[in-house]
Design a protein around this ligand. Structure first.
Ligand code: GUN
Length: 305
């Protein structure tokens, strides 16, 4: 029976935030620049409230300036774009994030494309999406896929963790077969590009894919980002697969309360997967750490890019 390693995203993210905090301090001392991140929240979606609160808290903790704009859900698309343009022109703001989802009357693509691509630390602006697709710098990589990739690279950098049948390659993930479950703009699609760049063979599956479990069986890496609780079962996996669970789903628990689970049925993977990220404490903490990394990069780019 395989012993399954639990990939500790919380510890990895903490270390990353520590490194970011040191670099922020250096940038302040040497260049007199304090990175600033502006987060716009429209309306009162409760999940967004929690996400934004965490982003603001961690931004301040690494020594960056945090600007939070809470806007009413009745705001028009044009008024929202005007706010974004103000932030584009503000020299103290290096990164801009518009929390999604937006109210239905607002076209999210139009708003995101109003953000200056050099401040688009989410990596959602069409210029950055295209930059990632063709490998052109500078661009920002969306934060959740960036966090997934960091965890994977860290795992496979250890030669003991290579699958026996891996094709030898220069890059730690080269030749591995990765399957991505979910084709969202935030995770699935950018993940394709990132894994291709690492010389993986990439399969993308989605809600209309037939025989998903048979495809998963062939994969060395499984990235689950479908937003459906515990849908991926251990018996679907190839023995020794590495599982990255992006899902965050709240479900009822037997004690009458609720609990957070991923898209992967964690318990059933133990003893089959070589490694797996838990929920919570896996990919989740990496997302904000990567947002801060992108904001630091945006601030540094004002002097060196
Ligand atoms: N909503 C859910 N995830 C994200 C994210 O990564 N960025 C933004 N802006 N909104 C989100």
């Amino acid at each position: 029976m395989t012993e399954t390693k639990i990939i500790d995203g919380k510890a990895f993210a903490e270390k990353l935030r520590g490194e970011i905090a040191r670099k922020v301090a250096k940038l302040k001392t040497e260049k007199g620049i304090t990175p600033g991140l502006a987060v716009i929240r429209v309306g009162d979606d409760p999940a967004s409230e929690v996400y934004v609160r965490n982003k603001v808290k961690q931004t301040k903790e690494v020594g960056m300036n945090s600007f939070e704009l809470r806007l009413p859900k009745e705001i028009t698309e044009e008024e929202l774009r005007a706010k974004v343009r103000e932030l584009n022109d503000d020299k103290t703001v290096h990164g801009i994030l518009v929390q999604l989802p937006l109210p239905e009357h607002i076209d999210g693509f139009i708003v995101i494309d109003t953000i200056d691509p050099h401040k688009d630390v989410d990596g959602f602006n069409i210029i950055n999406v295209a930059g990632l697709a063709v490998g052109e710098d500078p661009y920002f990589i969306p934060c959740t896929p960036m966090g997934c990739l960091m965890l994977l690279k860290n795992y496979f950098q250890n030669p003991n963790n290579y699958p026996k049948d891996k094709v030898p390659g220069q890059k730690p993930l080269a030749g591995l077969h990765a399957i991505i479950l979910g084709r969202s703009n935030i995770v699935g699609k950018p993940m394709i590009q990132l894994l291709l760049k690492e010389d993986c063979t990439v399969t993308i599956a989605h809600s209309k894919t037939a025989n998903v479990s048979l495809l998963v069986k062939q994969a060395d890496i499984v990235i689950a980002a479908v937003g459906r609780p515990e849908i991926v079962k251990g018996e679907w996996l190839k023995k020794g697969a590495v599982v990255i669970d992006v899902g965050i789903n709240r479900i009822a628990s037997p004690d009458g309360k609720t609990k957070l689970v991923g898209d992967v049925d964690f318990q059933s993977c133990l003893g089959i997967a070589a490694a797996i990220t838990p929920v919570p404490g896996g990919v989740g903490p990496m997302t904000i750490a990567c947002l801060l990394e992108n904001t630091l990069r945006a601030a540094k780019c004002t002097v060196v890019c």
